[in-house]
Each structure stands twice: as structure tokens, then as C-alpha cells.
Design a binder for this molecule. Structure first.
Ligand code: HAM
Length: 419
């Protein structure tokens, strides 16, 4: 038997109502903040992500699904949306039509990580990108939106961590400080971290190896070496979050696994999902647009993992969705009425009613069982003496009330079912 690929999973019909509930909640909050939806292709040229996310990151170095197509072009299934959205923003000059472009997305992503609970190789993100303003109030808006979505889904066990990575200049200075600190400890670092020491020292913070973490734990913190502008912006974000009544903690080690961040970074963790606690993450990325060929343009955003959020929601029983129902199930009493039933179903469906009936020549009892399984609000019996007289029996499944209706007066039937 061929099975789904490791790290991917089917979203089965029984899962779909929870996904739709989440998607509707997400769209509603983004709509309230005036974000417009964008959809980009599933694959892009590999160089977009290599340049955008950074060659030394885990994503680009180890996790991308990269392949050559038949014309020998290197393509990559998108591991995240920010680079793709920025590519689209630059390519279509979206900034020319509007000075601040606020976009949101819901889309599958692909990373070849080691699968575990809450970590997949195909997973789904929703997220937002606001391109065109350096305002720290917009950074606060990102945290507020992300938090509001998670709260709207009924989640409680949440922790918000924020940090500032400063301007690129601050970071360059800090990298020197970090290099000094690590110089005599370099030999004790893992091979990956020794390489990163030379190529992109900040990425050492991403190491999951314990011995690296012990060394890096006591390293000087970037947040203690911020420039005045970054400090002032960070203050604005903190004050604004307090005004919104949003609780947060400052986590100086929150460098995030992507190279493009400047100034604010944030993550929201859940205590209800096991090892993979990050439900969402984001921050400001003021240099990415020019890195990808656009005019220098400040921007900020976040993305959230849908599978993880749904897992947290399930564990906290944070929301329930109504059971799926259909308006009416048609029950054929006489077998020779199959085509009459099918025709009637067609008429009712045209009236915007959800209708189903039996295709397996099952007994009346089995058809009733099916109607119950489908949570039909009504069943309509077709056949017997009643049918010969042009009549049908309609049964309300919630109270058992029955009504005899004339086949000729189909509108009466429709209005009763619609009530
Ligand atoms: P990220 O932190 O790489 O950021 O991913 C955001 C969220 O996607 C994570 O917090 C997690 O919930 C989910 N996620 C990531 N990898 C997996 C996986 N393998 N399986 C399941 N869920 C996963 C970004 O992607 C940035 N583009 C966020 C951003 C937008 N920054 C600025 N704008």
C-alpha cells in the first residue's frame, strides 16, 4: 500500500470543520485590521529563499525541498511566506499603489525537519506582512493581531516573548562583541557552530546542541547593546502592548531562525502542545525588500503554524464546532422510484438545500440509519400509497413531528424544510 509521505498528513473530512472554523476566525481578525489576502505560488526560484532567509540558517542549509525542473532551473517549495510576499510586492510594484501594503495569507509550507508532534514536513501557516512603515506601533499591531487570533480561538495557556535585534549597525557591533566572547571557547563548539562562528555568528543561537547552549547562555546579550533608535522603538512596542493589556516577557535570546530580522522579534508559545511550543513568530525586517531587489522599504510581520494551534486548541478544548448536518435525506420506500428520488433531490438542491439519498438500494431501515448518521434535519419518504396519491411524508428528526405534503406544492415542502 502506498502511504502518505513521512511528515505529511491528510486533513480528513472529519477534521475540516475545525480547519474552517480557524480559517474564518483568522480572516475575520485580519479583516478587522484591514489586511488583504495574497496567494503566491507553492514553488519559487531557490535563490529567493537562499538570499531572503540567509544561507547559514537551518531552513536554507538543511530543510528546503529543492529540485531542478526539466529546464534545469533550481526551484524550492516555499518554506515560509515572507520572502515570497516580498518578491510579489517588488515584482508587481504594490508599493506604488499604496504606501503601506497590509497583506495576509493562509498557505501550506514545506520544510524537511525531523517529524514529531506539532512538527511536519508539509504544514500550514497563516500570517501577515505590513510593508511600508517603520512605525513601532505597527510592530505592536502584529503582536496584537496574533494574540487576538489565538484568544479568539479560545486559547489560554499563552506566553508572549519579545526582543529587539537592533539596527544592522548595532548587530554588526554586537557580532564583534560576541566574537570576542566566543574566541577562546570556539574549540568547544559543535562543528556547525564553529562554521557559523566564521560565516554568521548570530546563528550559533539556533544550535540545539546542549554543549553549545551552555556556552552561549552566558554570552553578552544584544539587547544590552542596542542603539538609541532601537531602544526607543522597543519602548514604544512595550508601552503599546501594555496599553492593549497584552502580557509579555522580554527574552534576550530570541534571535529567531531567519536572517532578515531587524529591531523587534516576537514569539507566542503555548504550554499545551508538548515540545514544539512556538505557535507563532515574527518581527520587523527593514532590509529584506532591498535585499530582494526593491527600494529600501521598512516592513514587519508574523506567521503562525496552524497544525500546532489546532493541537493546542484540542488539548485545551478551547472551541467546539457544530456537528455537520444536511437539510433533508430522501428515503425511497419503493425500489422502482430511484429516478424519481434523484430528480426530486436535484430540484431541492437547486433551492439551496443540502440533500442526499441512497444509491445502494438499501432497505428503508438502512436508509433511516444513514439519515441519522448524516444528522439530517428532515427525512422525506417517497413511495407507498401516499406517493400514488401524489403525497409525501416529511419527518422532523429533532421532534419526530410528521407532515403530509403534496408533491405538486413543492414550494410548501421547500419552505417547511428551510424554516
Ligand atoms: P517561523 O518561526 O519559521 O517564522 O514559523 C512560524 C510558525 O510556523 C512557527 O512558530 C510554527 O508554529 C510554524 N512552523 C514552523 N515550522 C513548522 C513545522 N515544521 N511544522 C509545523 N509548524 C511549523 C516564519 O516562517 C516567518 N516567515 C515569520 C514572519 C513573517 N516573520 C516576519 N513575517
Amino acid at each position: 500500500m502506498i502511504k502518505s509521505v513521512t511528515g505529511t498528513k491528510d486533513i480528513l473530512p472529519s477534521d475540516i470543520p475545525r480547519w474552517i472554523y480557524l480559517e474564518k476566525t483568522v480572516e475575520n481578525v485580519f479583516n478587522n485590521f484591514n489586511y488583504k489576502e495574497i496567494r503566491t505560488p507553492v514553488f519559487e526560484e531557490t535563490s529567493l529563499f537562499a538570499r531572503g532567509i540567509g544561507e547559514e540558517t537551518d531552513i536554507v542549509g538543511k530543510e528546503m525541498y529543492t529540485f531542478k525542473d526539466r529546464s534545469d532551473t533550481s526551484l524550492t517549495l516555499k518554506p515560509e511566506m515572507t520572502a515570497a510576499v516580498v518578491r510579489s510586492y517588488v515584482e508587481h510594484s504594490l508599493g506604488a499603489q499604496q504606501s503601506l501594503v497590509k497583506l495576509f495569507y493562509i498557505s501550506p509550507m514545506f520544510r524537511q525537519e525531523r517529524p514529531q508532534a506539532g512538527r511536519f514536513r508539509q504544514f500550514h501557516q497563516f500570517g501577515a506582512e505590513a510593508i511600508g512603515s517603520p512605525s513601532p506601533l505597527l510592530d505592536a499591531e502584529m503582536v496584537q493581531m496574533a494574540y487576538e487570533i489565538l484568544k479568539s480561538l479560545g486559547l489560554k495557556n499563552l506566553t508572549i516573548k519579545i526582543n529587539s535585534l537592533g539596527t544592522p549597525k548595532t548587530r554588526e557591533n554586537y557580532k564583534k562583541i560576541l566574537k570576542n566572547y566566543l574566541a577562546d571557547k570556539k574549540d568547544k563548539l559543535s562543528e556547525d557552530s564553529r562554521r557559523r562562528f566564521e560565516t554568521n555568528i548570530l546563528r550559533i543561537f539556533d544550535s540545539k546542541i546542549e554543549s553549545d547552549q551552555i556556552i552561549i547562555k552566558d554570552a553578552p546579550k544584544l539587547i544590552d547593546h542596542l542603539d538609541e533608535e532601537s531602544k526607543a522603538d522597543f519602548e514604544v512596542v512595550k508601552n503599546q502592548l501594555s496599553k492593549f493589556g497584552i502580557p509579555f516577557t522580554i527574552d534576550p535570546s530570541l534571535v529567531r531562525g531567519l536572517d532578515y530580522y531587524t529591531k523587534l522579534t516576537f514569539e507566542i508559545d503555548s504550554g499545551s502542545v508538548g515540545a514544539q511550543t512556538a505557535l507563532c513568530g515574527g518581527g520587523r525586517y527593514d532590509l529584506l525588500i532591498e535585499t530582494l531587489g526593491g527600494k529600501p522599504t521598512p516592513a514587519t510581520g508574523f506567521a503562525a503554524g496552524i497544525e500546532r494551534i489546532l493541537l493546542a486548541c484540542e488539548n485545551e478544548k478551547s472551541f467546539t464546532v457544530p456537528e455537520q448536518t444536511i437539510n433533508v435525506y430522501l428515503i425511497r420506500i419503493d425500489n422502482d422510484l430511484e429516478s424519481v428520488v434523484s430528480e426530486l433531490a436535484g430540484k431541492l438542491r437547486k433551492e439551496n438545500l443540502s440533500v442526499d439519498f441512497d444509491y445502494l438500494q438499501r432497505s428503508v431501515k438502512a436508509q433511516m440509519r444513514e439519515a441519522n448518521k448524516l444528522n439530517a434535519k428532515y427525512v422525506l419518504f417517497i413511495g407507498g400509497d401516499e406517493y400514488k396519491e401524489g403525497l409525501l411524508k416529511l419527518k422532523n428528526m429533532s421532534d419526530g413531528a410528521e407532515k403530509i405534503l403534496s408533491l405538486e406544492k413543492i414550494h410548501e415542502l421547500i419552505s417547511t424544510i428551510k424554516k
